[in-house]
Design a protein around this ligand. Structure first.
Ligand code: HAM
Length: 421
């Protein structure tokens, strides 16, 4: 029987994992620099958590969640995103009482049963942050700076930040009525889904990818024209800070997000090298979510980067962020006795924190040297009968092409010195 990875999921093989690690290292380092702490939440949550936050009429909740009955008791879903779980965890742990303001980050898998295609998977990974407990426009500016900082540290160049403001709940209510009225006049040109969206959740029409719907949307008034004074001042202040910090962006007044919890600032980072799925990251404010989950009224903002899409984007720019893994020492042993001694030396060298490896398969010296070269080692220690007699290895420096005899007792020290220089 032959098994294959489930449709829309992928194995991250060792050759790819280096780039993943490097990306995560960059992100973790910058999260430290910006003062964010890690949070890890379960992969499964109550389905209602996403229905109440992401929204019952969104594609994610309507069509894409992996939902099942938990032993016949209640409905559970694999998390399609991490904002709602983080807010749930924040309230459940009482962080609103003990800390109030928190800056959190996460790295992990999310699940959406979408039709798989390039840059769209059913299990994908996000690196994201959630800042909870602040209405300040500086919180918006900081998350955007952090997002753009991570991207620039990866070496990515051909990406752009698109910004909009979605206003507060009152603004949305007002615009929703205006849009319903306006879109009714265009109803004949809309797809069947969008016809239903007019009354169910009119903002979803803005998200439709069909040409005729997009044409209708272009004629519609935008949120920016309907912002109240406070929301408008917030958006203007954010743009000013970003300008002063040299963060480049474009405003797209038609930008909406596929999740319902957003208020005020909403943004996406797109990459020109990707096809239809060109968003490498996205986020925004969600000032009502904490309260909707039964907590106090607290402002919040966050973003999530899609790891697979970011790596694809880097690939299209020819940027390879993975460093080549390098093993310091390979011990090539000839004969049973030498193998035994080599195994002792291996443990001693590794104990000193130096990377080392050897062959246990009784291969020829030539075969072992080939393996050493595949591992890109710096030194090869040859251990045969002669060496055993002398209590020393023949140590070849593979970069310099030199060799010397090194006593067993001096091997670790010598490799450590070489690593330090
Ligand atoms: P989102 O726009 O749904 O936002 O997802 C964020 C990013 O995840 C996308 O820009 C994309 O790069 C990646 N992504 C989404 N779906 C897939 C998929 N099927 N395959 C591959 N990559 C995908 C959120 O999830 C919000 N929770 C972001 C946020 C955090 N807002 C506030 N805080």
């Amino acid at each position: 029987m032959k098994f294959q990875a489930v449709r829309g999921t992928k194995d991250i093989l060792p050759i790819e994992a280096r780039a993943w690690q490097k990306l995560e290292d960059i992100a973790r380092r910058l999260f430290g620099v910006y003062g964010y702490s890690e949070i890890r939440t379960p992969v499964i949550e109550d389905t209602a958590l996403f229905e109440r936050s992401v929204g019952e009429t969104t594609d994610i909740v309507e069509k894409e969640m992996y939902t099942f009955e938990d032993r016949g008791e209640r409905k559970i879903s694999l998390r399609p995103e991490e904002t709602a779980p983080v807010v749930r965890a924040y309230l459940e742990a009482g962080l609103h009482k003990t800390q109030g303001f928190v800056k959190l980050y996460y790295i992990g898998p999310m699940f959406r049963a979408e039709r798989p295609q390039a840059g769209r998977q059913r299990q994908f990974h996000q690196i994201g942050v959630e800042v909870i407990g602040s209405d300040s426009v500086y919180a918006d500016a900081e998350s955007l700076q952090l997002l753009m900082h991570i991207l620039s540290e990866t070496g990515l160049k051909k990406h752009s930040l698109v910004l909009n403001s979605l206003g507060c709940a009152k603004d949305r209510e007002k615009l929703s009525q205006v849009l319903q009225k306006n879109l009714k006049t265009q109803e004949a040109t809309l797809c069947e889904d969008c016809k239903r969206r007019i009354s169910r959740n009119v903002f979803r029409v803005f998200d439709c990818k069909k040409d005729s719907c997009r044409a209708a949307v272009r004629k519609m008034p935008t949120m920016l024209e309907h912002l109240c004074n406070d929301c408008s001042a917030h958006f203007e202040a954010l743009k000013k800070i970003l300008d002063s910090k040299g963060v480049k962006y474009a405003v797209n007044p038609h930008l909406v997000r596929g999740l319902d919890y957003y208020t005020r600032t909403a943004f996406e980072v797109t990459h020109e090298g990707l096809g239809a799925q060109n968003a490498i990251g996205a986020g925004g404010r969600y000032d009502n979510l904490v309260e909707e989950f039964g907590g106090p009224k607290l402002g919040a903002i966050g973003f999530a980067l899609g790891v697979e899409r970011l790596l694809l984007a880097l690939e299209t720019e020819g940027v390879n962020i993975a460093d080549k893994q390098r093993t310091a020492l390979f011990i090539a042993s000839i004969g049973e006795e030498a193998c035994k001694k080599g195994f002792d030396l291996l443990a001693a060298v590794r104990k000193g924190g130096i990377s080392a490896d050897m062959d246990y398969e009784n291969r020829s010296l030539k075969g072992q040297l080939r393996r050493a070269s595949d591992l890109n080692v710096k030194f090869v220690a040859i251990l045969g009968e002669d060496e055993l007699k002398k209590n020393a290895v023949t140590l070849k420096d593979m970069d310099k092409g030199t060799q010397q005899e090194v006593n067993f007792s001096k091997l670790s020290e010598m490799l450590k010195n070489a690593a330090d220089t």
